[in-house]
Design a protein around this ligand. Structure first.
Ligand code: NAD
Length: 337
């Protein structure tokens, strides 16, 4: 069994901990938190040993009556791999601690790509992470774009990708985020950081991205145009995308007209927290105009990176190859809706 620690038990960390626990070849050694909030209580409730991430906050846990298993350093020492899901920038600060205990670490998309051995997307570059000490699982949007680019590149070749990302203003629990009533080019200059981020996975891909922020919390929406090196018909492209285990091509008869109904559907099928781990591509949006492919896809920002973290654990420990890992992860989570 691979022993996994999770440092930073927030939106991403708590989902990764549950997903790791569901795997047949992994166990959660514990999770680390800075504060004894509701998520800390839930960690205990679920039976995850809870470690304090910051020495001088231990008192807060004591005062709240939340029992600690120890300090984060002990968690790191005990773990075969640590998943760092701390807020952007903190992961890089933690890298020294992971190195000190010789524990390979996974970081999240908010971290810089510069200090890690490789950025990671399971479908696209799994083996680049084999044996690596510091691996960054790319952001929700970059994961969503990479999953789409990988099969298109293999099957048809790609001349250029152009994508406009309509981004949710914040996650549902992020009370301080916005905009509340606006439509904001973000950033107003081109390119948005997403294109260069996709290049950390596909260095030679020609990609331009533009970003906006809107008053929504549910999902991101991508308006995608890919100029292919050949001109398949739309049905052929649709078949290709339907064959990808982490792309959900929404059938027309589902009558799902936006992110709201997608989230409703995820809850109806019993997805934990209403999560949607797959890219959601509108089937009828898949269109070819000459060699230009167009489509819309929605990305559930809080959860699409979760299976990728699980795969990255197997990649750094050489526990499985890409195909085997993806299949195991998918089956354990119940992917495919
Ligand atoms: P979050 O704020 O929901 O969770 C972070 C958790 O880390 C919180 O519980 C916080 O208390 C804790 N924390 C803060 N400092 C810490 C420290 N020093 N040690 C241990 N724990 C600490 O953030 P999140 O949304 O889960 O984001 C985490 C990372 O994942 C970021 O890099 C982010 O860019 C990336 N990411 C977020 C999303 C998303 O939509 N939420 C999607 C993909 C990737």
């Amino acid at each position: 069994m691979l022993r996994v620690g999770v440092n930073g038990y927030g939106t991403i960390g708590k989902r990764v901990a549950d997903a790791v626990r569901a795997q047949p070849d992994m166990e959660v050694v514990g999770v680390a938190k800075t504060r004894p909030n509701f998520e800390a209580e839930q960690a205990i409730e679920k039976g995850f040993p809870l470690y304090a991430a910051v020495e001088d906050r231990v008192d807060q846990f004591d005062e709240a009556g939340v029992e600690l298993a120890g300090m984060v350093e002990e968690l790191v020492e005990e773990s075969d791999v640590v998943v760092d899901a701390c807020p952007s920038g903190i992961g890089e600060q933690n890298a020294e601690m992971y190195a000190e205990y010789d524990t390979p670490a996974l970081y999240q998309g908010g971290e810089s790509a510069d200090f890690v051995d490789t950025s990671f997307n399971a479908r696209s570059n799994f083996s680049d992470a084999n044996g690596a000490d510091h691996v960054r699982v790319v952001s929700c949007n970059t994961t969503g774009l990479s999953r789409l680019v990988a099969p298109l590149r293999e099957e048809y070749g790609i001349e250029k990708v152009r994508t406009t990302l309509v981004r949710r203003g914040g996650d549902p629990a992020q009370t301080g985020r916005g905009p509340i009533n606006d439509i904001v080019p973000n950033p107003v200059t081109l390119p948005s950081h997403h294109g260069p981020d996709v290049n950390t996975i596909f260095p030679d891909l020609d990609i331009d991205t533009l970003g906006l922020k809107v008053p929504a919390t549910l999902m991101h929406m991508h308006s995608v145009n890919v100029t292919l090196e050949s001109d398949p018909d739309a049905d052929e492209v649709r078949d290709l995308l339907e064959g990808e285990s982490r792309l959900f091509v929404i059938p027309e008869h589902f009558d799902i007209d936006g992110a709201g109904k997608l989230k409703e559907y995820a809850q109806d099928v019993g997805r934990p927290r209403g999560d949607i781990w797959e890219n959601c591509v509108w089937g009828e949006s898949i269109t070819m105009e000459g060699d230009d492919l167009y489509l819309f896809q929605a990305i559930h920002q809080e959860s699409d990176v979760v299976p990728e973290n699980v795969d990255a654990i197997r990649a750094v420990t050489n526990a499985a190859d890409a195909e085997e890992s993806i299949e195991t992860t998918n089956e354990a989570l119940g992917m495919g809706i």
